[in-house]
Write a protein that binds this ligand. Structure first.
Ligand SMILES: CC(=O)SCCNC(=O)CCNC(=O)[C@H](O)C(C)(C)COP(=O)(O)OP(=O)(O)OC[C@H]1O[C@@H](n2cnc3c(N)ncnc32)[C@H](O)[C@@H]1OP(=O)(O)O
Ligand SMILES: CC(C)C(=O)C(=O)O
Ligand SMILES: [Mg+2]
Length: 561
C-alpha cells in the first residue's frame, strides 16, 4: 500500500548528537542578515522583477539595514546581469553593503558571474551544487568522489578568476544545496573541499551556507545538523556559518532560530517569506522576534506597513492578514476576554516600562502601527472592546455595569448583521439606545431651575410624551431628584455620574444615571449629553425613564400644550 499518504514517505532519521548543546542556548545578538529577495524570491515569481523594480527593491533593502544582499543570478538572465552592472556602474551600492551573486558550479557560468560584479569594492560569489543522494543519482549521475572533484575544480576556477581581479575584495560562499537531505559526512566533505580550494585564512573568509533547500524534518533535526557541522568544519574561525531555511513544513522560522542557537552566525531569507514553494524563511518575523527577546535586530521595520505595501507591489504577492507582525489582523482582537485584557493592559502600561500588554507580544507603535485597529467588534466580542472603542473614539467612559448592558445591544446587532461592527456603528447604536430624541415617546424639551427654601432646587421641567408637550414643577434636594419628582414616575435612581467629553470650549458633559422601577428586573441606564452639566443630568434622567419604559401619570397639574 505504498501509494497511501500515511505509508509512502519515510521518517527523517534523528541525528546521533547526544551531547547537543543548542537546546540550552539563547540568541543574544542578531545574525548577519542576507536578503535573497532579489534572487531566491525573484526566481519564485510568476513575473520576475524588472531592472527598475529590482533597483527600487535594492534601495529599500539597504534602507532597512541589510549589509549583504543577493542581487541575482547574472549568468542566468540578461535582466539580472544588467541590474548588477547598473548597481556597480551607477555606484548604487553603499560602501558597507556587499552584493552577492549566485552561480551553478559550471565554468562558463562562473566566468559570466565574475564579470557581472567586476569593479565592485567587495563581492560575494555564491557557488552551489546539490549534494543529497537523490540529486547525485537522478540529476547529476555522480558518485560522491565526482561531486567532490566538481567542487574542488570549480572553486579553484573561481579562485583563479578572482585572484586576477584584486581590486575587488572577493568572498566565496559555498552552499551544499539540499544540505538537510545530505548525509552529514558527505556535506562536511563538500564544505571542507570548498574551504580548502578557496584557501580560507585570515583576510580570506569563506561563507558556508547550509540550506534546507526543501524542509524535510522537524527544526530540532536541522539544529542538530547545524551543531554537528559547527563542531566539525575545518578552519572554523575563518568560516562564517550561514543557514538558508525554506518553509515547506511551515517551520522555517523555527529552523532558523534553533540553527542560530546551534552555531549559525548568518541567516538568508526573504521579506515576508517570499521564495520557492512555501517560501524562504521570513526575515521580518525573525528580526521582530528578536525585539521580543530584548535583542535589537539591526534591521529597521519601524514602518512595517510601508515595507509591506512596497514589497507587495514589487512581488505582486499579498501579505496574509494574519502574517506575523505585518498582517492587517495581527493587532486586532475580536473575542471579548482578549479585548478586556488588552484594554486593561493599555491602561496599566507605563510609557517607559517593560511591555506587558496581554495578548500583544509587541507594541504596535514599534512597527509604526497605531492602536486604532487593535480592537474590533463582532458577535464574539464582549464588553471590553465596545467600551474601548467608545472611550477611544468618543471619549465616553461607561460604568462597568453599563458596559454589560450596552455590549448586549451591540452583540444582538452583530449577530443580526452577521458581520463586524465598526466603531461608527457602535456610536450610532449608542445614540439610538440612550440619546434618541426625534422619534420617541418621551423626550426632553427644556427646564428652568431656581433655588427654593431649605437648600431645595425647584425645577420647571418640560418634556414631550406621546406627542404632547407637558410642563411640571417640583422640588428636590438636587436637579436629578427634582426632575424625577416632576416627571412623577415610579423610578429609583441608584447611581449617577457625570464626566466631560473632550476638552476646551467645545467640551460636552455626559451624565449617566442608573435606575430601577418595579416590574423591571435589575437596573438600566440613561444618558444625557449637553454643554450644560445640569441639562445633561436632566436629559439622562429622561433617557432612563424611557429605557425603563415607565408610564407617566396623566398630568393632573401639568400644563399641557
Ligand atoms: C535551490 C535553488 O534555488 S538553486 C538556484 C536555482 N535557480 C535557477 O535555476 C534560476 C536560473 N537558472 C537558469 O536560468 C538555468 O538553470 C541556468 C542558466 C543556470 C542553466 O541553464 P541550462 O544550462 O539550460 O541548464 P538547465 O536549466 O536545464 O539546468 C540543468 C542542468 O544544470 C546542471 N546543474 C544544476 N545545478 C548545477 C550546479 N549547481 N552545478 C553544476 N551544474 C548544475 C544539471 O545537472 C543540468 O545539467 P545537464 O543539462 O547536463 O543534465
Ligand atoms: C542555492 C541554495 C542556497 C538555495 O537557494 C537553496 O538550497 O534553497
Ligand atoms: Mg533557496
Amino acid at each position: 500500500m505504498l501509494n497511501q499518504p500515511a505509508t509512502k514517505y519515510t521518517a527523517f532519521p534523528p541525528i546521533a548528537l547526544h551531547d547537543r548543546q543548542w537546546p540550552s542556548q539563547q540568541i543574544t545578538k542578531p545574525p548577519v542578515w542576507l536578503s535573497t529577495d532579489l534572487r531566491d524570491g525573484n526566481q519564485a515569481l510568476f513575473e520576475p522583477m524588472s531592472v527598475e523594480t529590482k533597483i527600487r527593491f535594492f534601495t529599500r533593502l539597504v534602507d532597512i539595514g541589510f549589509k549583504e544582499v543577493e542581487v541575482g543570478f547574472p549568468s542566468a538572465s540578461q535582466t539580472d546581469f544588467h541590474f548588477v552592472r547598473r548597481l556597480i556602474d551607477e555606484k548604487r551600492i553603499p560602501d558597507d553593503v556587499t552584493p552577492m551573486v549566485i552561480t551553478q558550479a559550471r565554468e562558463d557560468l562562473i566566468a559570466r558571474t565574475v564579470e557581472s560584479v567586476r569593479g565592485a569594492k567587495r563581492a560575494i560569489v555564491h557557488l552551489y551544487n546539490a549534494t543529497a543522494p537523490v540529486w547525485r543519482k537522478v540529476v547529476f549521475n555522480m558518485e560522491v568522489p565526482q561531486v567532490m572533484q566538481l567542487i574542488q575544480d570549480r572553486v579553484a576556477y573561481l579562485k583563479k578568476l578572482t585572484d586576477a581581479a584584486p581590486e575587488t575584495e572577493w568572498v566565496l560562499q559555498y552552499s551544499p544545496e539540499t544540505f538537510s537531505a545530505t548525509e552529514l559526512d558527505v556535506a562536511l566533505q563538500a564544505c571542507n573541499t570548498a574551504i580548502e580550494a578557496w584557501n580560507a585564512r585570515p583576510g580570506r573568509p569563506v561563507i558556508i551556507n547550509l540550506p534546507t533547500t526543501v524542509e524535510n524534518a522537524t527544526p530540532n533535526v536541522f539544529a542538530d545538523q547545524i551543531e554537528w557541522m559547527h563542531r566539525h568544519l575545518n578552519q572554523r574561525e575563518h568560516v562564517v556559518l550561514s543557514v538558508h531555511p525554506h518553509n515547506d513544513r511551515g517551520t522555517g522560522v523555527a529552523a532558523a532560530e534553533l540553527a542560530q542557537m546551534a552555531g549559525a552566525q548568518r541567516v538568508e531569507g526573504c521579506l515576508f517569506g517570499n521564495g520557492e514553494r512555501c517560501g524562504n524563511v521570513d526575515i521580518v518575523t525573525l528580526a521582530l522576534n528578536l525585539y521580543t527577546q530584548g535583542v535589537h535586530p539591526r534591521l529597521d521595520f519601524s514602518d512595517i506597513n510601508a515595507v509591506a505595501r512596497e514589497v507587495e507591489e514589487f512581488t505582486q504577492i499579498a501579505t496574509h492578514p494574519r502574517h506575523p507582525y505585518a498582517g492587517d489582523l495581527v493587532f486586532t482582537a475580536f473575542s471579548g476576554s482578549h479585548q478586556d485584557a488588552i484594554k486593561k493592559g493599555f491602561a496599566a502600561q507605563k510609557a517607559d516600562a517593560i511591555w506587558e500588554v496581554p495578548y500583544l507580544p509587541i507594541d504596535p507603535a514599534d512597527l509604526g502601527r497605531t492602536y486604532d485597529s487593535v480592537i474590533r467588534v463582532n458577535s464574539q466580542s464582549g464588553k471590553g472592546g465596545v467600551a474601548y472603542l467608545l472611550e477611544k473614539d468618543h471619549g465616553v467612559v461607561l460604568p462597568r455595569r453599563m458596559q454589560v448592558e450596552f455590549s448586549a445591544v451591540v452583540q444582538r446587532h452583530a449577530e443580526a448583521a452577521d458581520a463586524e461592527v465598526s466603531s461608527e456603528e457602535i456610536w450610532k447604536l449608542f445614540k439610538n439606545t440612550y440619546l434618541r430624541a426625534e422619534h420617541t415617546e418621551l423626550t426632553y424639551i427644556s427646564h428652568h431651575l431656581q433655588e427654593g427654601p431649605n437648600d431645595q432646587q425647584i425645577i420647571d421641567l418640560s418634556w414631550r410624551w406621546q406627542g404632547d408637550a407637558q410642563t411640571r414643577k417640583a422640588a428636590g434636594s438636587g436637579p436629578v431628584e427634582a426632575a424625577c419628582k416632576a416627571l412623577g414616575v415610579d423610578m429609583q435612581v441608584l447611581s449617577f455620574e457625570e464626566r466631560s467629553m473632550g476638552s476646551g470650549a467645545d467640551a460636552l458633559a455626559i451624565a449617566i444615571v442608573e435606575g430601577s422601577t418595579s416590574g423591571v428586573q435589575g437596573s438600566r441606564f440613561g444618558v444625557g449629553i449637553h454643554r450644560n452639566t445640569t441639562t445633561a443630568s436632566v436629559m439622562a434622567l429622561i433617557s432612563l425613564a424611557r429605557r425603563l419604559e415607565v408610564s407617566l401619570p396623566e398630568p393632573a397639574d401639568a400644563k399641557t400644550n
